[in-house]
Design a protein around this ligand. Structure first.
Ligand SMILES: *[C@@H]1O[C@H](CO)[C@@H](O)[C@H](O)[C@H]1NC(C)=O
Ligand SMILES: *[C@@H]1O[C@H](CO)[C@@H](O)[C@H](O)[C@H]1NC(C)=O
Ligand SMILES: *[C@@H]1O[C@H](CO)[C@@H](O)[C@H](O)[C@H]1NC(C)=O
Length: 313
């Protein structure tokens, strides 16, 4: 009875989180229970969120699955798990560093990361036919030039280490350009969810492994709040939840409904907003930014038909 209740509860909570994944992938059930693409409201920024929120745990399990998946739909398109693995990390960095006005991660690493803004604001979803590793070379190789110092800065600050690890994944992609249809995956330098900060005196190899937490079920942390540090309350929630199950199911259904509405709104306004917005006029490296309009105008802006997951990026 309790097991049935937990399953019912999970089936109500999880559908609101949908992360982009190849539809035939073994990761599909882990990543995408709602039949859609990643949207901004699916993303978390702080390291602790990946342990304490359902969104963060879902992203963690999804990325760890995608990191080993070579599922592809069409060898000559970007609909493959190597691409979606990078996309979900790219979109997280884009959102956490460059879309949120009060991002503490960016303010601490502004001079190192701001030159990458136009690379991250280039929407992959509105350019579905772009070359798979276009981000590596666009804007005169801005990514290649600045990714390393941005990642180094992020990994020095407690709380933004995972963002730095994501940057490392994207760098690894540029180095090896893995092709899913040939069985390649992104080679990871270290544990993607290691949160050990690196500084000038400790070596990067000192990071402890944390992937064991990946086996943790997202349902074990029923807290839906985006604020961090709720794992204790989350555990207590299960006990309380069994008692007031009916109430929680109604609440979860309402929440799922509201999330769905929000998802629809965001997936419509995000691409326009991000595509239209110009980088701020204060740019430490004007040369890296000056190529932006040409890059964007040189590409079709049409959406691929029948590819709802490609709306954002
Ligand atoms: C998340 O959990 C893992 C494993 O339990 C642990 O190694 C890691 O340090 C935790 N991360 C944070 C930010 O608390
Ligand atoms: C594969 O993708 C390419 C590029 O998007 C497209 O032109 C082609 O028609 C697709 N092939 C199949 C079999 O779907
Ligand atoms: C991946 O490999 C396939 C088959 O060898 C090839 O057709 C495709 O163009 C390659 N994709 C990329 C992005 O290089």
């Amino acid at each position: 009875m309790i097991a049935l209740f937990v399953i019912a509860l999970a089936s109500l909570w999880v559908p609101a989180i949908a992360l982009s994944v190849t539809s035939s992938s073994p990761c599909a059930s882990v990543c995408d229970n709602g039949g859609g693409a990643t949207v901004a409201s699916d993303l978390v920024c702080a390291d602790t969120d990946y342990n304490t929120t359902v969104k963060g745990l879902t992203m963690k399990r999804c990325l760890l699955c995608q990191s080993t998946s070579t599922t592809y739909k069409n060898a000559s398109s970007n609909d493959n798990d190597v691409h979606w693995f990078l996309f979900n990390q790219k979109y997280t960095i884009q959102n956490c560093l460059f879309e949120q006005s009060s991002s503490s991660a960016l303010s601490a690493c502004e001079s190192s990361c701001l030159p990458l803004q136009s690379v991250f604001k280039y929407l992959w979803g509105t350019h579905p036919d772009m070359e798979a590793y276009y981000y590596c070379s666009m804007n005169n190789g801005a990514f290649d030039q600045y990714a390393d110092s941005c990642a180094t800065c992020l990994k020095k600050q407690s709380g933004s280490v995972i963002l730095g690890n994501f940057m490392d994944s994207m760098q690894s992609g540029c180095q090896n350009k893995p092709n899913a249809s040939e069985g390649d995956t992104i080679r990871l330098k270290s544990d993607l969810f290691s949160t050990a900060t690196t500084d000038d005196t400790t070596s990067a190899t000192s990071s402890p492994t944390s992937s064991s937490s990946a086996t943790q079920s997202a349902t074990s942390a029923p807290s839906k709040s985006t604020s961090s540090g709720l794992s204790t309350g989350a555990k207590a929630g299960i006990g309380v939840g069994v008692g007031v199950g009916g109430l929680i199911i109604v609440g979860a259904a309402l929440w799922a409904f509201l999330s769905r509405s929000r998802r629809t709104q965001q997936s419509e306004e995000m691409p326009l907003h991000a595509e239209d917005s110009k980088p701020p006029s204060v740019q430490p490296e004007p040369t890296a930014m000056s190529a932006l309009p040409a890059e964007m105008n040189g590409h079709d802006h049409h959406m691929a038909d029948g590819r709802p997951r490609a709306e954002l990026g």
